[in-house]
Design a protein around this ligand. Structure first.
Ligand code: PLP
Length: 232
């Protein structure tokens, strides 16, 4: 197996700078304060050493989408003060293990997962993922079932609902898709979940559109890390 060269610290610093400038520019256009927008660096498929380099550059929030990989990195980097965000599809039987290292779980998509995360001792931040496509394989709850799932989260101890998460569909412009997420959020915040105002949306190629529609948490991978070592 050939080892791909990971990005050096200088590359990472330069790309972090570019992304920060993009976020600043998008925030300015939207008349928003960039300080209200958190960038989570998605480090899936990259080695723990890259996460350590990112931390040395001031990164505090990292995102992973596979439990085993995330757990191993969180363990390797336990000496660092990092917030781990779980952003991938999650099997119910792995749920309790994920909550042991994750600060936030962005991919709550069904009642069984909520039940598996229930806890009377600890609390974990979470986002309900909305599926913006007709393909159930893309992850997330259908908009028609969102209200019921949100109510289930709110009724379950140990879960702190922060808001909604979404991935823009591949086959339509991102901005109107993110606008739909904002509208869905408005429909749940006011009547039932006043604290769940956050929006986890926006990736490397569509962060500007997400900021324009109110994103509070961006999940940025390749624009910062460079290409992932393996297909993913
Ligand atoms: C990989 C991933 C990202 C980051 O994607 P990039 O295009 O590399 O920025 C964001 N969100 C989710 C759910 C992901 O799986």
């Amino acid at each position: 197996m050939t080892e791909e060269r990971s990005a050096g610290v200088d590359d990472l610093r330069a790309r972090l700078q570019v992304v920060a400038e993009r976020v600043d520019g998008a925030a300015r256009l939207a008349d928003r304060d960039a300080a209200d927008i958190r960038t989570i660096v998605v480090t899936k498929f990259h080695p723990a050493s890259l996460v350590r380099d990112l931390a040395s550059l001031g990164v505090t929030d990292v995102g992973e989408n596979r439990h085993q990989e995330a757990q191993a990195k969180a363990r390797d980097l336990a000496d660092l003060d990092l917030r781990w965000h779980f952003i991938g599809q999650l099997q119910s039987k792995k749920a309790r293990q994920v909550r042991a290292y994750a600060t936030a779980i962005h991919s709550i998509d069904r009642a069984a997962l909520v039940d598996a995360l229930r806890s009377d001792e600890a609390s974990v931040d979470c986002f309900v993922q909305v599926n913006l496509t007709d393909d159930p394989g893309r992850g997330g709850v259908a908009p028609t079932e969102l209200g019921a799932l949100v109510e289930h989260v709110l009724a379950t101890p140990g879960l702190e609902l922060r808001g909604l998460m979404a991935v823009a569909p591949l086959d339509e412009p991102a901005r109107p898709a993110f606008a739909r997420v904002r509208e869905l959020s408005e429909r749940i915040v006011q009547p039932i979940a006043p604290a769940a105002v956050d929006l986890s949306m926006g990736m490397s190629h569509d962060l500007e559109e997400a900021v324009a529609e109110g994103a509070t948490h961006l999940r940025i991978g390749t624009a910062i890390t460079g290409n992932r070592p393996f297909a993913g």
